[in-house]
Design a protein around this ligand. Sequence first.
Ligand code: ZN
Ligand code: ZN
Length: 189
Amino acid sequence: MDRKEKIVELINQGYDNVKALSQYFGVSLMTIYRDVRELEKEGKIIRKHGELRLRTQEDLKEEKIDTCAYCTKAVDRRLEFIYHLKNRKVKACCAHCGLLLYKDIKEDEVEACMTWDFITGNPISCYSAWYVIGSSALPCCSPSAIAFASREDAEKFAKGFGGVVTDFEKGVEGIRELMKRGQRVDIKL
Ligand SMILES: [Zn+2]
Ligand SMILES: [Zn+2]
């Protein structure tokens, strides 16, 4: 059994802090701290106010990890694309899935749709955003669709990474076309 596994076992037995663990193993606090950090990252334990405990099913439920309504990938907040409907939210992992979801969601149900500007990280309305579709930059799904608040930024980005600059509606059409054909095509605008 390696030390990390033993740490999990000890926490389960009631060892709830780094100091107690370092004394148990006779190693430095830093060494235990490093193991604890790794275990935290692996999602095995939780450290709160210096206290260690195992991560339970309850914790998982509370953390509510969002998944994309289109591709089921975990949603990264920097790229998320959210439709606010009357009674619920529909989240997509990125503009690619967000634009593809549009036709599955009844237009009249959507009260708002928001995403984040790729450069500034500011919230923007999906409908007024500009998109670079099919560029060589792949922050999430392929073919990629990336949202920008300004058309100028989108055009600059497309100059560097390729792809076509579209508004929301053309983006919905464009990403569908690309998905059908699989390869980059010229989108008629
Ligand atoms: Zn997705
Ligand atoms: Zn995605």
